[in-house]
Ligand binder design. Sequence first.
Ligand code: DAH
Length: 402
Amino acid sequence: MAGILAMTGHFCVMSYRLFVIRLRSLHATQEHKSARTNKIHSPFSTGAQRPLHTSYLLLSTPNMLQSDLNTIQADALIAIAAATDERTLDNARVEFLGKSGRLTQASSVMRDLPKEEKPAAGQMLNETRQAITSALDDKKIALIAEADALAVADLDLTLPGRTLPAGAIHPLTAMQDRVTKIFRQLGFALATGPEVETEWHCFDALNTPADHPARNESDTFYFDSGKLLRTHTSSVQVRTMEGNKPPVRIIAPGSAYRRDEIDATHLSVFNQIEGLYVAENVTLPDLKGTLEFFFKALYGESTEVRFRPHFFPFTEPSFEIDVKLEATGKEAKWIEIAGCGMVDPAVFDAVGNERGDDAYDSTKITGFAFGMGLERLTMIEYGISDIRHLIENDQRFLTQFA
Ligand code: DAH
């Protein structure tokens, strides 16, 4: 059907072009004849005595063209309506609007028209082109909608959906969040520092002498530059005091690195939470009260906490903190859980030297510091017996916390 129409249309275009050409030759002959008889009139003319070439074209061209265009447009709309997919629709587009398409061919008569007829003919051509283009656009949208509808036609909405695995917070992160929350309630701010650290921030400023075993190559990861991977988060104490005047009250959660053999209780990359409170008149009872409050808030009101004298280079006096663990069916036992102490005046002096002021005058300022392992806190909370579970990403382990 479209084919036949297309042929008819084509014929129309051809006939119209032939007509224009014939007009030209007729015009020539008639001029010739008129010269002889002066009597012959155009069959299309109104009979007015006008030179044949203008009257002939002016009156007939718009009608002829319009009728051609009507046919082309009608054929195009039929072909577009008949298109069943994007390919056949594109074929229709090419057939009518393509380089040698029917409308393009019809447009070529513009060349042969006298100037005064061009605007009207151009407008007709434009209108036809617009009608075809918008039919093509509409059909394209309709085809897409049809294809979409087809794609979901046999979608069974009653089928149960696939459940996505639920994500969950890693137990270490959950513990860090809880610890942070408790200390924030007590007015501690969060602080951070670099993991690639200078020896000065990690050891010297913390009153740790050059021959201290912790500084040994066998315990610490050194870079060729002389920098190192911090062995503890205590370096953040120094950095915080360098940049802030007292009072300072911070906790600093973060990673630490040691050249340890990995086993059930050791990792070479692990996490700590550092704490520091420096102001005038900070005392040992403040330290004890704060940390007792913390461990009871974390593990429960009945948790027993004890402070055992110990040694750290950067605190004096220093303590280790133990909590009493009551595992069902087992004898209760004390577990070492943190280190703490009153900030050694030597640390204030090192910081003061670096700052070049007396904000940390060790005769006026006191403070306490503490540090604990995040993995240890987590293992105690959940009864995890091997620290390696925390880094292996085994779903069987992790889903227990989801
Ligand atoms: N930095 C120590 C360690 O890694 C822990 C520690 C002990 C931190 C006593 C402190 C402290 O701030 O006062 O073992």
